[in-house]
Design a protein around this ligand. Structure first.
Ligand SMILES: Nc1ncnc2c1ncn2[C@@H]1O[C@H](COP(=O)(O)OP(=O)(O)O)[C@@H](O)[C@H]1O
Ligand SMILES: [Mg+2]
Length: 367
């Protein structure tokens, strides 16, 4: 069995480190606080929440994933299904159906998971009050409502009124905790730090950084050894460095390396390069598609990035060197790349969000 996990939430023995974060989150939740967790994609936000839920078995965790929602109806569906997953009794199911009876929800069975699913037809008019009714059901003692990828609420037309209405429901639920989680820092900041937002200053901020490198390195080495591989300490460090410490990318690369080695093999630089090449070849179609979707200015910007030093600071010099001319044109190209999740900002500097895409671009003839 492959000892690395990627693309799923990790908990229990698969969960490495983060003792302080777990303890802090546990304290916040046992005090019925509202928390917003921000961190780059694949840093481990959802895993941290799942692991917290595991170590707080007396609490009811209602998990709502807002990824890619665009309508109020979808928001209702996601909350209703989050609630339904948690409450397995007949009574709670009929209470849930009653709360949204006017939306005429359809009940079906998921053919893969066997779970009961509620759906709302796109033709049905859904109001902010319908969303409130669901949150009112959620609000109980020893309950944590998790809204993951919360920034995507901004995709819903007129989301500002939804926020206002959610805020007023939540304010009355003094025994219920809420976690709002998001990967797009600038969007989460718009929601929680902008005075004009209904959620301004409404939650305690928790910034999730990468896992401590020494702890993660020991965890990865142990896993390689479990399968008879011989990892060199400096090679494990170079895996972490290549992925700039991102836990998801690191585990993904380890799977790639695993696929190209056998029991007894040494995990050295050659094995790492083979692992990277393996992932790039798996992803080449989607990378090509991503590249094809870019504007001319965005491609010029990436070209400059590949030639120069990465991470980089947006400056007049960068604008000139990239052939984009002015600072404002370069800024708009960079913002577009950020929206497409190709670039991300750490402090003042910009960098590529996916190290495999960056490597693949180096190999293709962009510059
Ligand atoms: N504490 C952890 N220990 C080991 N691997 C982790 C940990 N947290 C995250 N990962 C790795 O990162 C991947 C993405 O984690 P996830 O929790 O989905 O991140 P996020 O919600 O921030 O996008 C996981 O599939 C796993 O490979
Ligand atoms: Mg997540």
């Amino acid at each position: 069995m492959i000892p690395f996990k990627y693309g799923v939430c990790v908990t229990g023995t698969d969960f490495c480190g983060r003792k302080n974060e777990l303890e802090l989150l546990k304290q916040y939740l046992s005090s019925s606080m509202r928390v917003y967790i921000v961190g780059e994609r694949r840093t481990g936000k959802s895993s941290l929440i799942m692991e917290t839920a595991r170590i707080m078995p007396d609490y009811r965790f209602i998990y709502v994933d807002l990824r890619s929602i665009v309508t109020r109806g979808q928001l209702c569906e996601r909350i209703a299904n989050g609630l339904n997953k948690q409450e397995k009794t007949k009574h709670s199911f009929s209470r849930l159906l009653k709360a949204i009876a006017n939306l005429r929800p359809e009940v079906s069975v998921d053919s893969i998971t066997g779970d009961i699913k509620l759906s709302v037809s796109p033709q049905i008019q859904v109001s902010d009050v319908d969303i409130d009714k669901l949150l009112e059901i959620a609000g109980e003692q020893r309950t944590v409502v998790v809204m993951d990828e919360f920034q995507d609420i901004q995709r819903i037309k007129g989301y500002e009124t939804i926020l206002g209405s959610i805020r007023s429901v939540i304010q009355k639920q003094s025994d219920t905790s809420y976690i709002f989680c998001g990967s797009l820092l600038h969007r989460m900041n718009d929601l929680f730090s902008d005075r004009k937002s209904a959620f301004y200053n409404s939650a305690e901020r928790m910034m999730l950084k990468n896992i401590d490198a020494i702890e993660f390195s020991a965890f990865l080495s142990k896993r390689f050894k479990l399968g008879g591989r011989q990892p060199k300490a400096e090679t494990v460090q170079s895996i972490i460095d290549f992925c700039r410490g991102n836990p998801g990318d690191i585990q993904r690369l380890c799977i790639g390396i695993w696929a190209g080695t056998l029991s007894g093999d040494s995990i050295d630089e050659r094995a790492v390069l083979k692992g990277i090449a393996h992932i790039c070849s798996l992803e080449s179609d989607s990378f090509r598609e991503k590249l094809d979707s870019l504007s001319r200015n965005q491609i010029l910007c990436l070209g400059a990035l590949l030639k120069g030093k990465e991470p980089f600071v947006l400056s007049n010099l960068f604008a000139r060197n990239s052939g984009l001319g002015s600072y404002s044109v370069a800024k708009s190209a960079i913002t577009g790349l950020q929206e497409k999740d190709i670039l991300l900002k750490r402090g003042r500097v910009w960098l590529m969000s996916n190290p495999f895409f960056f490597y693949w671009l180096h190999l293709s003839n962009l510059n």
